[in-house]
Write a protein that binds this ligand. Sequence first.
Ligand SMILES: [Mn+2]
Length: 225
Amino acid sequence: MSRIAGSTGRRDDEGGSPGGASVGEVPSLPRRAAASRSTKETAVDVELVLDGGGNVEVATGLPFFDHMVSQLGRHAGFDLRVAARGDLEVDAHHTVEDVGLVLGECLSGALGAKTGVRRFASIDLPLDEALVSVALDLSGRPYLAYGVDFAPDTPGLGSPAFDPQLAEEFWRAFTTTGALTLHLRCISGKNTHHVLEASFKAVARALHEAVRIEGAGVPSTKGVL
Ligand SMILES: [Mn+2]
């Protein structure tokens, strides 16, 4: 259903970690991955370069979601290309969730064995009245703690509409395949656009820090992440 290729072009079944360096091996830069997923609901293609320049190209058929995913790539300093076609006539759910899954797959593939990465990062990020707190760990274990609440009748953004509640589905999918621990909380905020945008920018800035190579070896007493 989905395929993934990492910086070495090596496949999972050829040994080592998916798409990346083996444990202890110095990763070759830039770290990159590409993945696709095609189902009866969506077709998603993603290319991700962790050591990029913030060049983004995002087209999902959902303008507001494009705006958010673009913030993610831009403020993380990644190069990111996302192309998705989904069953928007049903609603935006499948498209948003599947973009999250494939993006997470690319993050995981590009990180490979995570040799030398910083691993942990956190930030409180303001956008006018909105303040969002993010802490993440490239732990290898998917976990999402999501504390951003929108009233069920909050209007969608853009056309076709992005239901604000879909942001949680996106982050859940992203953490699942990206195998990271993500705590994301809205500390304050009134405007839906601001709260969502601060969320995406906060995760982006934290990811920028967490994926940075600052040492040698894998930052875990287990020797593997
Ligand atoms: Mn905006």
